[in-house]
Design a protein around this ligand. Sequence first.
Ligand SMILES: Nc1ncnc2c1ncn2[C@@H]1O[C@H](COP(=O)(O)OP(=O)(O)OP(=O)(O)O)[C@@H](O)[C@H]1O
Ligand SMILES: [Mg+2]
Length: 271
Amino acid sequence: MKIQFSDLHFSYPSGDEALKGISLEFSGTAPVAIIGQNGSGKTTFAKHFNGILRPGSGKLLIDGEDIHARSTAEWSARIGYVFQNPQDQLFLETVKKELEFGPKKIKMEPERIAENVKYAAQLCKMDDKLDIHPFDLSPTQRKFCTIASIVAMDPEVILLDEPTGGQDYYGTLLLEEIIESLQKKGKLVITISHDMDFVIRNFERVIALCDGKVIIDADARTAFSRVEELARTFIEPPPVTRIAQALDFDETVVDLQRFFVCFDKKLKGAA
Ligand SMILES: Nc1ncnc2c1ncn2[C@@H]1O[C@H](COP(=O)(O)OP(=O)(O)OP(=O)(O)O)[C@@H](O)[C@H]1O
Ligand SMILES: [Mg+2]
């Protein structure tokens, strides 16, 4: 699937211009991270992919078709958005009903619904919680319930809006497994995150938003070398990168293995 935004602008009815001319293209299955300070426009941008929000001006083409050509329900069968706040998404009385809701809405065949709900529940570790009320889940489990309910629709593209928020170590590991499994299934996963360690471990392409505009669109290593642009959107690179930058290594380091290679080189250079 090819998704093309050109010069996208969007203002809320309050008059706040949240997106100020975004031009980006998405295709393939390499996971993408979207970063940026609070209020930079990440959620507003993500809600445009399947038409939850519609462009104020500019164009959005999906495989060459204008976003306005179809309803949000139709686009949602191909592009799923997982809400930042689970309470904006969950409203049924059991996890199972939540997982079946989307597939039924897009009129998926009953056998495929059963198959996809089973897959999504296993992937998100919800398979032993299907009869529970979503509000009886812990806040982190609730997040996995929202992810499972979108995965159950089997869309080609999945947007995760701040899935790392409030996750513990095991929750973050599960998220990493989910992203990897979805990529292996041929899905494009686009994730909004404030956790730069998580970003560096899991994403090849990093897009940084600042005040409704794209200020970085690059591979992760290049993105974290752009210290001045990152500072504009109040993002600090991962700790290992910052230490390497403070030690004035001559390359951007994003993992420990490379850190030790560069550190060794530096020591030998100083000897
Ligand atoms: N429903 C709304 N009505 C009016 N303004 C809004 C609404 N939602 C967001 N905004 C404004 O639009 C801008 C972008 O907000 P958005 O929620 O997209 O940012 P964000 O990058 O997702 O932030 P966060 O990291 O806090 O989730 C902000 O100035 C915000 O105050
Ligand atoms: Mg947001």
